[in-house]
Design a protein around this ligand. Structure first.
Ligand code: GLU
Length: 324
């Protein structure tokens, strides 16, 4: 995973008070180095499947809808001419969207959702070209046609609906907290006053922390995996985002990190499509409904997110809002 190899510096916002940053004592630094090595091993050597993850032949096969056509969708027409779909995703979120650096293969629940929709739109799921897009860049990527749709822990909300369209929802997550396993003082967002908390720029959890918990010392990076590096090296005290994502990191190294408290928001996951392409949005809704009904959704869940130990909550009802 990218964060094991290549931790990057802060992008979205420099830590605000580097002068008061706690220096990790030598023993802690050694522990952190050991943990990073452990994570590298846990995440598999290059080319190997993620720990506990399914091998490709265990993944569900999604039947491709033959003769499907969507003349009302400019996005679909372009993909048809190209011969494949280009889909935005995450690459560093275990069990949701993860990229094997050696093979370039993406895996996880979001990736399976993207593939089943591709099959329903008449494209071979194996032909989907995934492109990693960070939280802060999703709307722009959809607006400028870089991707046909986006599947990556993407919360549906009214503000975003002004910029993009959303199929779904296909899952309900909730904001939570990830801390080191020896942490005793943090059990919920009320305990974060004066604590260093990390999240991703452009995300709803970052926004909520900034607005509702202004006494937390909040920093933002491009990705959550950089936040996790910072947690393991004692640069921050907690990472906050959706429980789905945090449980994935914790499941990789359960001895070092834990998810605490109860989720304190509702994050309905949608499939981002270009705004105004209502034909595509409705086709995505139809695809999801059909794949939930025929059991593909559940099969996909069981071999991905289900492996993180998270119980399947049924998919929330699809919100087929009027053409916009
Ligand atoms: N679901 C939240 C969001 O869409 C957090 C996860 C993410 O950044 O992808 O902002």
């Amino acid at each position: 995973m990218s964060y094991l190899r290549n931790p990057r510096g802060p992008r979205a916002q420099e830590p605000r008070t580097p002068a008061v940053r706690r220096r990790a004592p030598r023993a802690r630094k050694l522990l952190a180095a050991a943990v990073l090595t452990l994570l590298a091993v846990a995440c598999g050597k290059e080319g190997s499947p993620p720990v506990k993850g399914p091998s490709p032949d265990q993944l569900p096969r999604y039947e491709v809808r033959a003769g499907f056509s969507l003349p009302g969708s400019a996005t679909w027409q372009r993909a048809k001419q190209r011969g494949r779909l280009v889909v935005g995703a995450k690459e560093d979120q275990p069990y949701m969207g993860e990229k094997d650096p050696a093979t370039g293969r993406y895996s996880g629940f979001d990736i399976e959702i993207a593939k089943m929709i591709s099959a329903s739109l008449g494209f071979d799921p194996a032909s989907v070209q995934f492109r990693t897009i960070a939280s802060a860049n999703r709307e722009t990527a959809l607006q400028n046609g870089q991707i046909d749709y986006y599947v990556g822990t993407y919360t549906i909300n009214d503000k975003r609906k002004k910029l993009v369209g959303f199929g779904g929802p296909y899952y309900m997550a909730g904001q939570s907290l990830l801390v080191r396993s020896d942490e005793k003082d943090i059990d919920g967002p009320k305990d974060l006053d004066g604590k260093r908390v990390c999240s991703a720029a452009g995300s709803t959890p970052y926004q909520r922390m900034a607005e509702d918990y202004p006494r937390a010392d909040l920093v933002a990076y491009d990705t959550y995996s950089v936040c996790v590096d910072n947690l393991l090296t004692y640069q921050v005290d907690a990472v906050t985002t959706d429980d789905t994502i945090l449980m994935g990191y914790a499941a990789k190294v359960p001895d070092e990190m834990k998810v605490v408290g109860t989720p304190f928001s509702k994050e309905p996951y949608g499939i981002g499509v270009p705004r105004g392409d209502n034909a595509l949005r409705f086709a995505v809704d139809d695809a999801l409904a059909a794949r939930e009904k025929n059991g593909d959704w559940q099969k996909a869940y069981d071999v991905t997110l289900g492996l993180s130990g998270r119980k399947a909550t049924p998919a929330p009802p699809i919100d087929r809002y009027p053409a916009s």
